[in-house]
Design a binder for this molecule. Structure first.
Ligand code: HEM
Length: 429
């Protein structure tokens, strides 16, 4: 065997992981079907791993004594999706102090309302333009609307004509994390560009050369001190600013899925279009539950553990099957039916609905942007339903479950209603 070249290590681990991931979202549910309903042993990235699922599994994973995040996230995922030195990779006190920074910016009702208001105003302005065009792609257009709104809300100045390129870069970072091909390299280049830009901005703010609006993500991140009392390195500050504006822009996946759902189940259109906040929120939950986005999360076992009758060796990967849990028939009646009403008359347990993780987002790794995601989607999806645009049949709306992250192949093309035929019906494959 030839000697390993620098950088070859992670390539080989990536290949191995990709072999396992070639089945995409079905990989982990298939594994559990074959080897154990709630806990199945396997190998991932050259390490022993256990795939777990269900509220008890989520409770187990979010117990800090069971799973550590440091050294658990593969370099290709850090180099594209999260960034190096991100909150996702921290444990214990270091995590709590960094997480508090996100909570202060993202989990405040007034600040969320401000972002939603900005995004709705930008959507309405963009929608007037969409009506004048022969057709638009919902995924791309909604990403631009959200990227512009969240970047300015975060206190980061961006000219309107720079927004399309910024949105493309933010989408690329998400789109390329689970593949070794051109999408992956596009993601790395996009991250490099945007980290450089934001690191420079943080330095200017600290030097007093640029003003950051009080309370904005830019001001908070620039002033933040970590558990060691030190400010963030400019590059890490940029990583964390991107961890606000990148995943918010990724809500475009859910607006595209909402377009898919309206094409597939057009009977919901008038109900979603009506200004009923309870139904709009139920819609947001069902879109996040039903459609495939984050496949699984995990970390490393710091010592030998047991779960579901399985022994977990020290240092093994413990992986929670998010997609599988969101379709678990013990939790969701008729889980492969798209039925927003299911969320009108039920509460949601802390460890049940897990598209953005489980448990308490203030203290553990659960997504701190979940309320914001739901609020944004619950505001934008009814606007989508009200647009006088059709979702024509002559497009490829299939969603391949082999592609991570999945999305409707066409991105959901919309055309002015008067010019084109009836709304299409598309399969989920
Ligand atoms: C687009 C929809 C979103 C999805 C599907 C999503 C999903 C997730 C998932 C699965 C995690 C990992 C949870 C864990 O490891 O336990 C996570 C963490 C995180 N998310 Fe989101 N998220 C979304 C939107 C957002 C938004 C809008 C923001 C910020 C504005 C955000 C910021 C974060 C941060 C900072 C973390 C790391 C938390 C930590 O490690 O403590 N996400 N998200």
């Amino acid at each position: 065997m030839p000697p390993a070249r620098p950088g070859q290590g992670w390539c080989m681990r990536l290949e191995n992981s990709l072999a396992l991931l070639s089945k995409g979202y079905a990989w982990m549910p298939d594994l559990r079907r074959a080897r154990g309903r709630h806990a199945a042993g396997t190998r991932l990235g050259g390490l022993p791993a256990i795939a777990i699922e269900g509220p008890e599994a989520a409770r187990f994973l979010y117990d800090e004594r069971h799973v550590h995040r440091a050294h658990a996230i593969p370099e290709p995922v850090q180099g594209t999706l999260f960034g190096k030195g991100a909150v996702h990779t921290l444990d214990g006190e270091a995590h709590r102090v960094r997480k508090a920074m996100f909570v202060s910016v993202l989990m405040d009702g007034d600040r969320i309302a401000d972002l939603v208001e900005r995004a709705c105003a930008d959507w309405d302005a963009a929608a007037r333009d969409w009506l004048t065009r022969p057709q638009v792609v919902l995924f791309e257009e909604s990403a631009q609307v959200i990227a512009g709104a969240v970047t300015r809300w975060a206190g980061v100045p961006v000219a309107q004509d720079e927004v399309p390129a910024l949105a493309r870069d933010l989408l690329a970072m998400v789109d390329g994390f689970a593949t070794g091909g051109p999408r992956h390299w596009r993601a790395r280049r996009a991250r490099g560009r945007r980290e450089g830009w934001l690191a420079g901005l943080v330095e200017q703010v600290r030097a007093g050369g640029t003003l950051a609006p009080a309370g904005s993500a830019l001001a908070v991140v620039a002033a933040h001190r970590d558990a060691d009392g030190q400010p963030l390195e400019p590059r890490v500050a940029a990583v964390e600013l991107l961890n606000v504006i990148r995943p918010t822009t990724a809500v475009a996946w859910f607006t595209a899925f909402s377009g898919h759902a309206l094409a597939r189940w057009p009977g919901y259109r008038s109900r979603l279009a009506a200004a009923d906040p309870a139904f709009a929120e139920a819609w947001a939950h069902e879109v996040r539950r039903f459609y495939p986005f984050a496949p699984f999360i995990g970390g490393r076992a710091p010592r030998r553990l047991e779960f579901g009758g399985q022994t977990i060796p020290r240092n093994a990967m413990v992986l929670l099957d998010l997609f599988g849990q969101n379709h678990d028939p013990d939790l969701w009646e008729d889980p492969y039916a798209f039925r927003p009403e299911r969320f009108l008359d039920r509460g949601i347990g802390e460890f049940e609905l897990v598209p953005q993780g489980g448990g308490d987002p203030r203290t553990n790794h659960r997504c701190p942007g979940e309320q914001l995601t739901v609020a944004l989607l619950a505001a934008l999806a009814p606007r989508l339903a009200r647009l006088p645009l059709d979702i024509p049949a002559d497009q490829d709306l299939t969603i391949s479950l082999r592609r991570i992250p999945a999305r409707p192949a066409s991105g959901v093309v919309l055309r002015p209603a008067a010019l084109w035929g009836p709304t299409a019906v598309a399969p989920v494959s």
